[in-house]
Design a protein around this ligand. Structure first.
Ligand code: NAD
Ligand code: UDP
Ligand code: UDP
Length: 343
């Protein structure tokens, strides 16, 4: 559905991807729900940069106006304070549906709200997409695999999820959102895409969102001990945000529904992550062990063969390169502009 012609030439974009120049492509109207959040705001940057008209719908639960403030003077950009749990009427060509708190601390804060956002919010955005014939992309999560019994996780694995646990509002919520998305595809002929996102980090993450990378970075900068939960031997795979945004856009523009794992297969124990943070910020940073949270998945690592093959996508930024970019942003936000001159 894209009108493309001419000979493309490329330049680097601010977040590292290639932006085709000279492609004669009809500017699209794109809705990004949750577009004032961490991932959403980076996606908005890329969409605006390629010339699309972008509408952000966000209730500012975990998002901030500051994340998109640099677009407010652009006539092709608009932000609407709105909760996706309520219906909304808009006219767009594509919907990137991101609205949902992502950090365990945030999504456990009001679990009923979290599951409403995932179920009713996703239903509303699918209803909207159906009415206007827009293509719909759901940002699901690696948490649909629960505490996985298969390693690494492939998309065909159905997961090992506790339906009544404290994480269920999020992981069962996202599983239901995937179900709704496929039912609208099969039942209403909607064009849909599903991304299963693995742990992602980068500039603009909430400083105190409780996720491990933001915690360790903020703690090291503030000269506080790094809090390792449990024995620190559990693993995660950390993806830099520009890689994720590239994957989401390739998925939206491509011909495949998914679900696709979008993550960086580099796997680290929490103790190894603490070491990378020490090496990057402060070799003297101490480690303090704390009890782990309930239902914490023991290991997580994406198998990204499907995305490599069908989307031609794989992450490019390793942890030791991405982490310093996030540290620069956190340093500015924690200490203000005065310390910035030391960068
Ligand atoms: P985030 O919390 O920074 O962003 C979520 C945004 O959605 C925020 O701006 C928030 O205000 C908004 N929002 C929440 N509930 C809403 C509601 N009911 N109505 C309107 N807006 C609402 O999180 P993020 O890391 O940017 O995550 C974006 C998406 O990616 C989420 O759907 C999340 O589940 C998914 N995801 C993220 C990760 C990750 O590691 N960051 C991993 C897996 C999945
Ligand atoms: N919806 C919306 N905007 C629209 C169209 C629908 O928010 O432009 C909401 C609508 O309020 C409903 C949900 O999406 O709650 C599902 O819509 P659908 O038409 O699929 O179902 P129905 O309204 O028939 O239950
Ligand atoms: N974790 C930790 N210290 C912290 C925060 C988290 O050791 O300060 C651990 C947590 O127990 C989990 C892993 O880091 O095993 C990833 O947690 P996060 O909340 O970042 O994301 P999750 O993958 O659990 O959604």
């Amino acid at each position: 559905h894209l009108a493309i012609g001419g000979h493309p030439s490329f330049r680097e974009s601010s977040v590292g991807g290639k932006v085709p120049l000279g492609l004669r492509r009809r500017a699209l109207r794109v809705l990004v729900t949750g577009g004032a959040g961490f991932v959403g705001s980076h996606l908005v940057d890329r969409l605006v940069e390629r010339g699309d008209s972008v509408i952000v719908v966000d209730n500012f639960f975990t998002g901030r106006k500051g994340n998109v403030a640099h677009h407010l003077r652009n006539p092709r950009f608009e932000v609407i304070r709105h909760d996706v749990v309520e219906p909304i009427l808009l006219e767009v060509d594509q919907i990137y549906h991101l609205a949902c708190p992502a950090s365990p601390v945030h999504y456990k804060y009001n679990p009923i709200k979290t599951i409403k956002t995932n179920v009713v919010g996703t239903l509303n955005m699918l209803g909207l997409a159906k009415r206007i014939g827009a293509r719909f992309l759901l940002t699901s999560t690696s948490e649909v695999y629960g505490d996985p019994l298969q390693h690494p996780q492939v998309e065909t694995y159905w997961g090992n999820v506790n339906p009544i646990g404290v994480r269920s509002c999020y992981d069962e919520g996202k599983r239901t959102a995937e179900t709704l998305t496929m039912d609208y595809h099969r039942g209403a002929n909607l064009e849909v895409r599903i991304a299963r996102i693995f742990n992602t980090y980068g500039p603009r993450m909430c400083i105190d969102d409780g996720r491990v990378v933001s915690n360790f970075v903020a703690q090291a900068l503030r000269k506080e001990p790094l809090t390792v939960y449990g024995d620190g031997k559990q693993t995660r795979s950390f993806q830099y945000v520009s890689d994720l945004v590239e994957g989401l856009m390739k998925l939206m523009e491509g011909d495949h529904i998914g679900p696709f794992n979008l993550g960086n297969p580099g796997e680290f124990t929490m103790l190894e992550l603490a070491k990378v943070v020490q090496d990057t910020i402060d070799p003297e940073a101490r480690i303090e062990f704390r009890p782990n949270t309930a239902d914490d998945p023991h290991k997580r690592k994406p198998d990204i063969s499907r995305a490599k093959e069908l989307l031609g996508w794989e992450p490019k930024v390793p942890l030791h390169e991405g982490l310093p970019l996030m540290v620069t942003d956190f340093r500015k936000r924690i200490f203000g502009d005065q310390e910035e001159s030391t960068e």
